[in-house]
Design a protein around this ligand. Structure first.
Ligand code: SF4
Length: 504
């Protein structure tokens, strides 16, 4: 069954539109008054352990959308999607869903018309044509991003990029400022209402009476679940936070997990905001208020570049891509990591980041990549299992989001399809890009002994264990030369073998 369909119809304005919980914005309807079906499937939350905050977010988003639509929607709370469709009892159309499992499922259903997917800056058909035109050349994100900007006339000055440069990454890599938090206004925090109260009570009951298991802790809902909340979040970000976004987008502060990040990946991935709308508003706001171009460009690159690129690669690379394991990583994710047991961890960086996941279901992209992913890479966590852990524990996580990001980018399990070198780093990187090390019982410069930084030791242990895998990679030459110069490598290897899978 071909689930990467490029020739599906685009519209079906007459049939009732079945909306999944990540298709909740107006652009998933063909007309504002189109009849809608929303199905809340309880059984979805039995497919692995989800973060409590994520379960809350999804249920809250669905129920808020149902309340907004009123009589325009049939809203069914039931066990399975099949039961929901049977209860509705009408033929429906649905925009192609966002996972392989869901696509196979909808194609098997009678009376369901599947339409082309929505919610990304180019269609699957356009991406396939773009990939074909590459004629065997690598599908580089940077090339894709530039073509998207040309196609949508985003940040363009005639045929040239605004400011004369496509990518201002070099200006956006500063370490953290010497203060506990950034000098920016807080993100827009939504106000919970009676729907959230009801969701909270239901989840408590599901856990207590029905045996549902969740990870993480409950707490105030931080992320937008309605279009109105999403637009408020976007406005606050553009007017108060975007200017500072770029400079510190790669930095980490222990007391300021949000820094100047937008938190808009959540409403975008719920389908509440159209990414092109987000990018155009950022461009317009940046131009009108003469914001720092590197920040505006850096943000737009995340929205129309990286986000769309990972979506399309998810389909382009095929379902087996997730099983790739070029570095033969066989370690099951240990329970302290899987259970978000941050209190078991002494390493300050990992404890902070894991507690952020436990308490919020969110950290920004650098703690994901350079702390959590880096740890998993160094310790040989199975890439597919780790990708599942990521998407179930992050409020903006979905299979399509995490497959390329974790299997390819962070675990290098595709042997370089996505990233030209593994994102492995020792304590020196974390020390440079964060304020974690100052408050840590370990020393990022020490490799062996009681104070040895587990990331530094883990880095050299990883390089030694994969010397042959990485030998042909020119971007790793310098790192492997460094490995050859280590006088205490035997001590590092012995220590890391002794460390086992316990929390550092
Ligand atoms: Fe993390 Fe090592 Fe720094 Fe501690 S010393 S915070 S373990 S990088």
């Amino acid at each position: 069954m071909d689930v990467v369909a490029q020739d599906l119809p685009e519209r079906s304005p007459d049939a009732r539109r079945w909306l999944f919980a990540d298709q909740l914005g107006p652009h998933f309807l063909d007309a504002p008054e189109q009849p809608v079906l929303l199905v809340e499937s309880k059984e979805v939350f039995r497919r692995g352990r989800f973060h409590r905050r994520k379960a809350h977010l999804i249920l809250s988003a669905l129920r808020h959308r149902a309340a907004e639509l009123g009589d325009q929607a049939v809203f069914v709370k039931t066990g399975t999607y099949r039961q929901g469709l049977a209860e509705c009892g009408e033929p429906v159309s649905v925009c192609d869903p966002t996972s392989y499992v869901a696509r196979r499922f909808v194609r098997r259903l009678p009376d369901v018309q599947v339409l082309a997917s929505r919610g990304f800056v180019v269609s699957e058909r356009q991406f396939a044509q773009w990939a074909q035109r590459r004629d065997g050349r690598r599908l580089l994100m940077e090339d894709f991003y530039r073509d998207v900007r040309r196609y949508h006339r985003l940040l363009m000055d005639g045929d040239r990029p605004v400011g004369g440069t496509w990518n201002y990454d070099q200006d956006n890599r500063q370490g953290p400022p010497k203060q506990a938090s950034l000098d920016v206004r807080e993100p827009h925090w939504p106000t919970e209402d009676e729907i959230d109260e009801e969701v909270r009570a239901d989840l408590d009951r599901w856990a207590k009476d029905d045996g549902f298991e969740f990870t993480g802790t409950d707490g105030p809902r931080r992320f937008a679940v309605t279009r109105a909340e999403a637009l408020s979040g976007l406005r606050r970000f553009l007017s108060e936070r975007l200017e500072q976004f770029g400079v510190y987008e790669d930095a980490m502060l222990s007391q300021d997990p949000w820094m100047a990040h937008s938190l808009l990946s959540v409403p975008q991935n719920l389908g509440l905001l159209d990414p092109l709308e987000v990018a155009r508003r950022a461009e317009e706001h940046g131009r009108r208020h003469r914001l720092r171009l590197a920040s505006v460009e850096g943000f737009i690159r995340q929205v129309v570049g990286w986000r769309s690129y990972t979506w399309h690669l998810y389909w382009h690379l095929g379902e087996d891509y997730k099983r790739r394991n070029a570095l033969r990583a066989q370690q099951t994710v240990p329970s302290w990591f899987a259970d978000l047991d941050a209190d078991a961890v002494e390493a300050n960086c990992l404890r902070h980041v894991l507690s952020g996941v436990r308490d919020e279901g969110w950290t920004h992209h650098i703690p994901r990549l350079m702390v959590l992913g880096n740890w998993g890479l160094q310790h040989g966590y199975q890439p597919a299992e780790l990708a599942d852990w990521f998407w179930r524990n992050f409020v903006d996580g979905y299979d399509w989001v995490m497959t390329a990001n974790v299997v390819g980018m962070s675990q290098h399990a595709d042997h370089g399809v996505l990233a030209t070198k593994p994102y492995a780093a020792g304590g020196a990187y974390i020390d440079r890009m964060s304020d974690f090390c100052g408050g840590c019982r370990y020393d990022p410069k020490v490799r062996v002994g009681e104070n040895a930084c587990p990331f530094t030791a883990g880095y050299w242990n990883f390089l030694a264990g994969h010397r042959e895998d990485l030998a042909g990679n020119r971007r790793m030459t310098q790192a492997l030369r460094g490995l050859d110069r280590l006088r205490d490598l035997d001590g590092v290897l012995h220590q890391e073998a002794e460390r086992g899978t316990g929390a550092p």
